[in-house]
Each structure stands twice: as structure tokens, then as C-alpha cells.
Ligand binder design. Structure first.
Ligand code: NAI
Length: 327
């Protein structure tokens, strides 16, 4: 079976060659999938795509018309897929529901620690023989309150680490995790979470209900100087509202691994080019903002898991078997 792999970076190609099933024939394209690039899938029975590929109705229709029968997402989130259109067209869609929740949780905590103890500044200072501590003052996480929105796989993994730091945990989810409650977290209404948390981290999917869950209204209810971390999806945050909140000191620290308009920026080297996204550039001017380019998942263990599960999903489709991870 032939599969067109879009947004394929060198590390994707290496890991697919190392871990995917030999009977699958991959063609790798650096380009993201969209209406202009869909033609690369000509002659293929499946496409393999990532977080910022465009799987809107027109693109799906084009793929279906050229004989593609399956969309294999090599990620967990599927907010970029028009599932209703896929169903209408008879296209099967499968994902990798959990490649390494711990990888994302650990990156989340890395961002919290880096921002709090200002490691990004300390690193540069020491390299410049500047050993002064002014401006590097942090705070103990022990005894502080963390608010987690979404306690699925990644939220739970994050909660376990933060509990280990001795933090008090307030959580909000549309369904409770009873084991997590037994471990000591409290599920509370959103209003209480906004009002009492010293640090808030987002771990829910991007849906119409969660889009811009961080907005002027929710920010106004938060503690002054709150730390906000988003390793989930950019659209959870109204970025302009967050910039206002950074300017008026409502937000004390901001850590982002995702950004609403990241499709135009992330996963590529733009160091030699001008970036004309004024909102993103403004974010970068704040000393208390740390941005990483959607790398929370990026560990060896996660890449291996992504390949193996994607490969299993494709083999099930090829054999006309049920796909366990089908959407
Ligand atoms: P999951 O499906 O295990 O958990 C999501 C949780 O969010 C569930 O408990 C669900 O009930 C909850 N939820 C759904 N709607 C909600 C709402 N309206 N309000 C509050 N909670 C709600 O997903 P998982 O694996 O924990 O991933 C979470 C998100 O992390 C993904 O949707 C994806 O966007 C993001 N992600 C980011 C990565 C990165 O590299 N930065 C890598 C992998 C995932």
C-alpha cells in the first residue's frame, strides 16, 4: 500500500524507516497538506498527516476523488479534520490517541520551572560571566495551587508530577478522573479554578466549547501575576487578550508550546526571513514569555510510538480490519 506522508521532516522519515512495517510504501513530502499539495497523493491509498495539515472538506474531497481511502493522523488532536465531511466521503480517519502523555507533561513542567526560576535568562548570563542574581528571583512551587483544565492522559501525567512537588491541585474537566481525586486533587467549577490558582495549565482538546477558554473574561477572574501554560492547542487562548494581560501584569509568566497561527510558523527554520505576524512578534518582546515550537511531544519514545501505532492503523486499513483508533 502506498502512503503519502505530508509535513514530513527528516526525523519523521528516519523514524518511519526504522519502526514502520516494511510492507508499507511511504512517499515523504516536506510540504503540508492543503489544496495546492493534495495532488502529491495521486496513486496513494492513504495519506499520513500531522497537526497543521489542512483536512477541510475541499481537501478531503480532492483526496477521495483520487482514490485515497484513509487519513492516518500521526498525532492525538484532530481539530484540523472535518470528520463529518470524511464520513460523507467514506474516508476512514485514525489517529494515535496517546504517544507519550509523559513527554507532554514533562515539557509542561519544564516550562513551569524554566519560567519560574528564569533559567532562560540565567543560561545566557552565566555564559557572559554575569553571576548576579538580580532579576532571577523565583518562588517555591511547594504549597502553591495549580489549576489544570482537562484531566485526560496528559492532564493526569502532569497532575502526578505537580503533586510530587507538593502543590495543591484544582482541576476542571467535563468528566472526573476518580483515581486522580483519590490521589488528592479537587475538581472545582471553572470560576473557582480561575480565582484560586497560582499557575494554570491547559490540557483539554480544542473544540467549539474550549476555543478561547482563556479570554478577557476568564483572565479578569485570575490572580494577579498568574502563570499560564499552554501545551495543548493554540486556539484555546485568545492571544490578543493574553497580550493585554501581560501588559497590565495580570499574567506574571506565560509558557506556550502552541500558538493559534502556528501553521504559518512552526516546524520550519524561518531564521533568515522576516516574520510578519505582529501578534507573535509582540509576544516575543516580553521577558516573562517562553515559547517553544510545538515540541512538547518530541521525545524518542513518542516518535517510536507514533510510528508503530500509525503503522498498525495503516495495516488494519489495508487488511480491511477494524481500526482501533478510528475516529
Ligand atoms: P485526552 O483525550 O486524554 O484528554 C482530554 C481531556 O479533556 C479529557 O479528559 C476530556 O474530558 C477533557 N475535555 C474535553 N472537553 C473539555 C471541556 N470542554 N472542558 C474541560 N475538559 C474537557 O487527551 P490528551 O492526550 O490528554 O491530550 C490533550 C491535548 O493535548 C490534545 O487534545 C492535544 O491538543 C494536545 N497535545 C499536544 C501535544 C504537543 O506536542 N504540544 C502533543 C499531544 C497532544
Amino acid at each position: 500500500m502506498k502512503i503519502a506522508v505530508f509535513s514530513a521532516k527528516k526525523y519523521d522519515q528516519e523514524s518511519f524507516r526504522q519502526w514502520a512495517d516494511d510492507s508499507l510504501e511511504f512517499s515523504f513530502f516536506d510540504a503540508p497538506l492543503n489544496q495546492h499539495s493534495a495532488g502529491f497523493a495521486q496513486g496513494c491509498q492513504a495519506v499520513c498527516v500531522f497537526v497543521n495539515d489542512d483536512l477541510s472538506k475541499p481537501v478531503l474531497a480532492e483526496l477521495s476523488a483520487m482514490g485515497v481511502g484513509m487519513v492516518a493522523l500521526r498525532c492525538a488532536g484532530f481539530n484540523n479534520v472535518d470528520l463529518a465531511a470524511a464520513r460523507e466521503l467514506g474516508l476512514r480517519v485514525a489517529r494515535v490517541p496517546a504517544y507519550s502523555p509523559e513527554a507532554v507533561a514533562e515539557h509542561t513542567v519544564a516550562m513551569i520551572l524554566c519560567l519560574n526560576r528564569k533559567l532562560h535568562k540565567a543560561y545566557n548570563r552565566v555564559r557572559d560571566d554575569n553571576f548576579a542574581l538580580d532579576g532571577l528571583l523565583g518562588f517555591n512551587l511547594h504549597g502553591k495551587t495549580a489549576g489544570l483544565i482537562g484531566t485526560g492522559r496528559i492532564g493526569v501525567a502532569t497532575a502526578k508530577i505537580l503533586l510530587g512537588f507538593g502543590m495543591r491541585l484544582l482541576c476542571y474537566d467535563i468528566k472526573k478522573d476518580q483515581d486522580l481525586e483519590k490521589a488528592g486533587v479537587s475538581y472545582v467549577p471553572l470560576e473557582q479554578l480561575w480565582a484560586q490558582s497560582d499557575m494554570i495549565s491547559l490540557h483539554c482538546p480544542l473544540t467549539p466549547q474550549t476555543q478561547h477558554i482563556i479570554n478577557d473574561h476568564s483572565l479578569a477572574q485570575m490572580k494577579d501575576g498568574v502563570m499560564l501554560i499552554n501545551t495543548s492547542r493554540g486556539g484555546l487562548i485568545d492571544t490578543k487578550a493574553v497580550i493585554k494581560a501581560l501588559k497590565n501584569r495580570k499574567i506574571g509568566h506565560l509558557g506556550l508550546d502552541v500558538y493559534e497561527q502556528e501553521a504559518d510558523l512552526f516546524f520550519q527554520d524561518l531564521s533568515g526571513q522576516l516574520i510578519d505576524d505582529e501578534v507573535f512578534k509582540r509576544l516575543l518582546t516580553f521577558p516573562n514569555v517562553l515559547i517553544t515550537g510545538h515540541q512538547a511531544f518530541f521525545t524518542q519514545e513518542a516518535l517510536q510510538q507514533i510510528c508503530q501505532v500509525t503503522s498498525d492503523n495503516l495495516l488494519a486499513f489495508k487488511a480491511n480490519r477494524l481500526i482501533g483508533n478510528e475516529l
